[in-house]
Design a protein around this ligand. Structure first.
Ligand code: ATP
Length: 241
């Protein structure tokens, strides 16, 4: 087990957003958290990575274990540098006034002297030719879809082996969405473990090995993706019948 969330409670002030959720991700897996608006998916992700700093939320119970050890109290910046966990947040969290290449460069801060950096630039540009094309463009002028690609590209540049994705399909046209998931699948086949948060439950379950369904701060269903896709209640509530 790579990541284990154990009975996790998170509050915003006095309001509890997560009411004791538990789930796990095994090495090499693609696991998805699906659920409607406000279910607590992003809150969960930010409790794990703490980047960007969760706004006003505190963990009020439970634990987050990585390879069996609690990472709840380790300094936030070490989650990327020491634990190789990277977050690809929704595209709007990129540095808009920097170019694509400068954004990628920033993501290598935890490994400034790593000689594999150059290979990773090439890898990103190979996976997302659009990023190569736009490398000297200021990021705020990228389209929403291109910003999503940049967000994922930055996660790759951290040389992580576990990537947490927040709605990578957001703002993508069907064609770009297909492309994004093709790239993610390829990364997984090369050994990347993936935790994916998606509102598009149909898409997420087609892509992931296993899934958890969240509703108002609780996990209400779980299992292999194929099983969830055939679960009548999940179908009715989350997959459009
Ligand atoms: P969506 O799919 O709409 O992004 P989500 O499943 O990611 O939703 P969260 O963003 O984690 O849901 O929100 C879970 C709950 O916590 C919601 O009720 C939301 O209003 C609340 N919440 C989120 N951020 C804050 C905040 N900064 N302050 C107060 N409450 C918050």
């Amino acid at each position: 087990m790579l990541l284990e969330i154990k009975d996790l409670y998170v509050k915003y002030g006095n309001i509890e957003a997560l009411h004791g959720i538990s789930f796990h991700v095994n090495k090499g897996e693609i696991v998805t958290l699906i659920g409607s608006n406000g279910a607590g998916k992003t809150t969960t992700l930010h409790a794990i990575t703490r980047v960007p700093p969760p706004e006003g939320s505190t963990v009020s119970g439970g634990d987050i274990l990585y390879k069996g050890k609690s990472i709840l109290k380790v300094p936030a910046h070490t989650i990327v540098s020491d634990y190789n966990i990277a977050l690809a947040p929704e595209g709007r969290h990129i540095f808009g006034n920097l170019t694509v290449e400068e954004n990628l460069k920033l993501a290598t801060y935890s490994r400034p002297d790593d000689e594999n950096q150059q290979k990773d630039y090439e890898r990103v540009y190979d996976l997302f030719p659009k990023m190569a094309e736009r490398r000297y463009q200021r990021s705020e002028t990228l389209s929403g879809g291109e910003q999503q690609m940049l967000s994922v590209s930055r996660a790759i540049m951290t040389a992580c082996n576990f990537i947490l994705l927040d709605e990578p399909s957001m703002g993508l046209s069907p064609l770009l969405m297909y492309d994004m998931f093709r790239v993610l699948k390829q990364l997984n086949e090369e050994g990347m473990t993936i935790l994916l948060i998606e509102q598009n439950a149909n898409l997420a379950l087609k892509f992931a090995h296993r899934g958890y369904v969240m509703d108002t701060g609780e996990i209400v269903a779980q299992g292999p993706s194929a099983e969830l896709m055939n679960n009548p209640e999940v179908k009715k509530a989350y997959l459009g019948g």
